[in-house]
Ligand binder design. Sequence first.
Ligand code: NAD
Length: 590
Amino acid sequence: MSNFVSVTNKHGVAVVTIDNPPVNALSFHVRKPLYEALAALRDDPAAKAIVIACAGRTFVAGADITEFGKPVEQPELRAIIALLETITKPTVAAIHGTALGGGLELALGCHFRVADQGAKLGLPEVKLGLLPGGGGTVRLPRLVGAAKALGMIVSGAPTSASEAKAAGLVDAVSDDELLEEAVRFANEMADRGGPFLPVRDRNDRLAETDLAAFGVQAAELAKKARGLEAPLACAEAVRNAITLPFDEALAAERRLFVKLVSGDQSRAQRHLFFAEREAAKVPGKDLQRRKIARIGIIGAGTMGGGIAMAFANGGFPVTLLETGEEALQRGLAMIDKNYAVSVSRGSLTEGARLQRLALFKGSTDYADLADCDLIIEAVFEDMAVKKEVFGRLDAVAKPDAILATNTSYLDVDAIAASTSRPQDVLGLHFFSPANVMKLLEIVRADKTAPDVLATVTDLARRIGKVAVVVGVCHGFVGNRMLSARGAENEFLLLEGATPDQVDKAFTDFGWPMGPFQMGDLAGLDIGWRNRKARGQTAVIADTLCEEGRFGQKTGRGWYRYESGSREPVADPEVEALIRDKAAELGIDRA
Ligand code: NAD
């Protein structure tokens, strides 16, 4: 017995309970007593079956990823699963919450799995640049078939209890008392009598595999992987499960895991995972949050419309304010159109579209913002206009309302100073398209109150954004990085490359699009206006803008776009312009 693993006996069934808050990660201090408990129960005549369950809000939600890349203390998960597979009495995993990664692998070591109806099961290791290293790639296909296993392991997406039941991953779904149900199930199995085949010895589903179809599926995934190693290694491991004897496939999985875990890609993806979690931590965990029910948005342009949609998608009613009826209707029509496109693409149901549209209220009267708990300004990037807007807001907003600006570059302290309540003001810098992009910079101004920061950080999570708290400075973090990168990209062109060559280097590296494609998508005029305001220049980009080439919206930018198409086509005119500018500057293009 330990603080982390306890054993009780229910109706002759031993219930092993893991209790390692918050998510029952399989840390060393859990693995050791778990191994010892299972070893003792294996030969204990008082236990006719074993149920592995978890206390708290979830089943084991994964390995302890702080241990990744460090020497593993024995017993490791694979030893626990190997031990489980030597037990001849029925073993049952009772799964609630999320059984992910090492958690699902532990459950795959049991003969049976009973899941709560709300449970989610998956192997998300690929998202950390890894593959499941505890036998998941070799055992999962034996239960659900190679094709389904490949899909689950390469996407890393979890599956619901009912889907898992249909696929053969779980044996029963409980809609009430999970533990009671799992104990009853274990008892029934014990009474029915063995032998019980461990998952490693179940080969019928694998024998059904259509290897040619599997090859096609794996090749498609390889194409989508765009240079990422982990999805390819996942596919290789599942193929091994089909073609090699169990122990050889398991050993091959290990070799692939060891290679990935020490590689740069996984190190980078793990860094990102921790960085995102770290960024979301703000001081004031115990502070009372402000109540946020209705959102006000000022300006229904590109950003205002997108931000409004982000909140409506999160279920919040939104008041959208514009300067006049015409601009308001234009903004609302754009929102309408965006939702209609989602329905036509099948990513939104008609019912959901109507529900979301019902959350919007348009207005041209500042008084209508009086019932909003958070008001976000997304008007022109002009300090005088912003100050005027915040001055008017100060007069109508209720006490304790949070006032935010979506400015890209302006001084949030100066904007806050134009109100009588700078403690309630901060920046919420969304990225375009705001209803899609996950990053949200939360700009903490000089006087922003801690509870305001804590409230919006929570709120960001509720609308599916990854929040990063930043300070007041020109361009915050994201745009400062882009601006340095943009300057270097121009040098690459002047020194010999073409936009599509630079973009290809990025997409070959695994990015969804390159910087010039991205510029055309976002609109080149935004950066141009900003450079002009700061007295800066970019020789090629400025000339493109002077020629009215703003990107996709004008059909021409760094690339040409055939009418209505978003497909970039290399443009000889741009290449000529680059050559001319290089010659003017006396740069030899290599
Ligand atoms: P936009 O020109 O598309 O929209 C601005 C809207 O604000 C217009 O519809 C205008 O009618 C309205 N407006 C102007 N003054 C107003 C007032 N006093 N009251 C109510 N409405 C008013 O501009 P945008 O691209 O949406 O940018 C808005 C803000 O968001 C800017 O501060 C910009 O720097 C910032 N931003 C833009 C992007 C981007 O990629 N476009 C990204 C992040 C942040």
